[in-house]
Every structure is written in C-alpha cells, then in structure tokens.
Design a protein around this ligand. Structure first.
Ligand code: IMP
Ligand code: MG
Length: 181
C-alpha cells in the first residue's frame, strides 16, 4: 500500500479537533431530541466514518439507517438529479429524521433527500453535515448541525474520498492539486 500522507497539501482538522467537534454536535442533538423518536440516516459512503463516531456521542435511544445515493453529474460536482442506490429499510412515519452527510457542497444532494423524507411522512427532517462549503451553494439547504466551514478546495479524509481513496485518513485535509488536475 502506498502512503497516503504524501498526497496531502495541508491538514485542516486533526483527529483531536474532529473528535471535539463530533462531541459538541452529539451533545446538541442529544439536547434537541430528548422527547422525540430519532432516526439517524447516514449518506454513504462519505458520511460513514463521521456517522459512526457521531451516534456514539448521542446519549439517547435512537435508530440508525443508511442510504447510498449517486448524482448524475461528473466526478467532482453533483447535479440536481439523485439516484437512490440503497434505500432506508424502515417507514419514516412518526420519526424525526436526521440526515447525516460528510459535506454540503452545491446542496443538491441534501435538498433532494430532505424532500424525499418529507414526502414519505417524516415528523421532521433536519440536516447534520460535518463540513460546509457555502461558497458553492446552488440549492438553499438549512444545516441545523454543522461541524466546520471549509474553503472551496478538494477535501479528503475521515470518510471523504477522491476516486475512492483517502477515506481511511484519520484527519481531514486538502488534496494536492497535482493529484486531481
Ligand atoms: P452536493 O450535492 O453538491 O452538496 O454534494 C455533496 C457531495 O459531494 C458530498 O457528500 C461529497 O460526496 C461530494 N463532495 C463535495 N465536495 C467534496 C470534496 O471537497 N471532496 C470530496 N467530496 C466532495
Ligand atoms: Mg457524499
């Protein structure tokens, strides 16, 4: 296996900074959903690492599920249309849904997913995203729980990939331009 760290331009958030932020998000979610039936839905693969840390910081009875979606676009920009590759297993009715994503970029993915959950009869639908690139937003989406704002660079690590690589980095960094240009 090749060393991944050679391809990193800068480290944005260390393992410790991520753990601290995930604890804060988990605490806020714990406080807000005290009397509610919470269904946490992770968007795979990107949110897989974040989601598994996040749910362990939420102190309360909840359910987890996962979706796999793909957008009809090129590799680095999503389009408005969403294709569901793996759907959630359970009925939304009566559940307060929290959608967990790695990055909100254009907002296309999450605005489409939120609409789908609402249409299926969820009690409420909120979004938790570890990273937000507000400069790239095309569709407005309200992010109720947000980890960090990031610049318009190519981000990798902690579940987030470039061409299916770098997901296993324990920190979040910026990929060297020469790798993807
Ligand atoms: P959106 O529909 O444009 O908001 O797409 C968000 C999705 O695009 C994220 O879940 C990521 O999968 C992907 N994405 C956006 N920016 C980056 C990045 O910098 N690195 C890796 N994936 C990204
Ligand atoms: Mg994603």
């Amino acid at each position: 296996m090749k060393k991944l760290t050679e391809d990193i331009e800068t480290v944005l958030f260390s393992r410790e900074q991520l753990a601290e932020k995930v604890r804060e998000l988990g605490q806020a979610i714990t406080d807000d959903y005290q009397d509610k039936e919470l269904l946490v839905i992770g968007v795979l693969k990107g949110a897989g690492v974040f989601m598994s840390d996040l749910v362990r910081e939420i102190d309360g009875d909840l359910r987890t599920d996962y979706m796999v979606v793909s957008s009809y676009g090129n590799e680095t920009v999503s389009s408005g249309k969403l294709r569901i590759i793996k759907d959630v297993q359970q009925d939304m009715k009566g559940w307060h849904v929290l959608l967990v994503e790695d990055i909100v970029d254009t907002g296309n993915t999450l605005s489409a997913l939120k609409a789908i959950m609402e249409e299926r009869g969820a009690e409420s639908v909120r979004i938790c995203a570890l990273l937000d690139k507000p400069s790239r937003r095309v569709k407005p989406v309200e992010v109720s729980y947000r980890g960090f704002e990031v610049p318009d660079e190519f981000i990798i690590g902690y579940g987030i990939d470039y061409a299916e690589k770098y997901r296993n980095l324990p920190f979040i960094g910026v990929l060297k331009r020469e790798i993807y240009e």
